[in-house]
Design a protein around this ligand. Structure first.
Ligand code: TYD
Length: 220
């Protein structure tokens, strides 16, 4: 694919949105077109589904309804935002993607990790990130840092421990496509390690204004 698709995953309060922003700034400075997005959301339909999923009125939603709505938001996101952006050469940075469903609905809610992964693969026609950065944090620390309370945060400690274990299992199973970083390090230090890993999956950057010093055809 011409562009690149990078995902940030992690439990509550892991600092995903901060890292998304820092990476976006670094990539824009290097001449890339960057699209920052999130799940659930990223599209008008996805944001409407987000309201249904995370709004106050949805407490007690059946687990399968929840899993299908996350998958529906993801289907819209993959088809109408992520794929077209990557196809034109942009770098897409998403705050959460498929592994969040595997961890929250598959593992923590007990619907089955493989079944939920399969549902999302179907929803996205198999769109796999080039790199998934897992920001790993002890849930007891992360929950204390999370600013935007949502109904997932009210779940018991065992739920969040299940989420964390699932992310780490997925990463361990495909080390080439994951980077696991301790989220309790200073944000700039985490950002530097993310940028280093992302370099391997980046498209060639757009030439800088003024032409730069590229030598088409190369020299010996
Ligand atoms: P959000 O406010 O974006 O939380 P965070 O800042 O932690 O990312 O809310 C997203 C919530 O939805 C979060 O608790 C994780 C949960 N979630 C799932 O349960 N399944 C999913 O597939 C996704 C994408 C998110």
């Amino acid at each position: 694919m011409p562009g690149a698709f990078v995902v940030f995953e992690g439990g509550e309060g892991a600092g995903k949105s901060t890292q998304c922003r820092l990476l976006a700034d670094a990539l824009v400075a290097r001449g890339h077109e960057v699209v920052v997005t999130r799940e659930p959301g990223g599209t008008a339909i996805g944001e409407a589904i987000r309201e249904v999923l995370l709004g106050a009125g949805s407490r007690g939603m059946a687990a399968r309804t929840e899993a299908l709505l996350f998958a529906a938001a993801r289907a819209e996101h993959a088809a109408t935002l992520i794929r077209p952006a990557v196809a034109r050469g942009a770098v897409v940075l998403s705050d959460r993607y498929l592994d969040s469903s595997v961890a929250y609905q598959g593992a923590a809610r007990g619907l089955g990790e493989e079944r939920i992964a399969e549902l999302s693969r179907w929803a996205t026609e198999g769109l796999v990130p080039d790199l998934t950065v897992v920001l790993d944090v002890d849930p007891t620390i992360g929950l204390g840092r999370a600013r935007d309370a949502n109904r997932m945060e009210a779940e018991p400690a065992a739920f969040h421990a299940g989420v964390r274990a699932s992310f780490l299992r997925r990463a361990a199973a495909s080390p080439g496509r994951y980077l696991v970083l301790p989220a309790d390090r200073p944000p700039e230090e985490v950002a530097a390690r993310v940028l280093e890993a992302v370099r391997d999956v980046l498209p060639a950057a757009a030439p800088a204004e003024g032409g730069g010093d590229a030598h088409p055809g190369g020299s010996p």
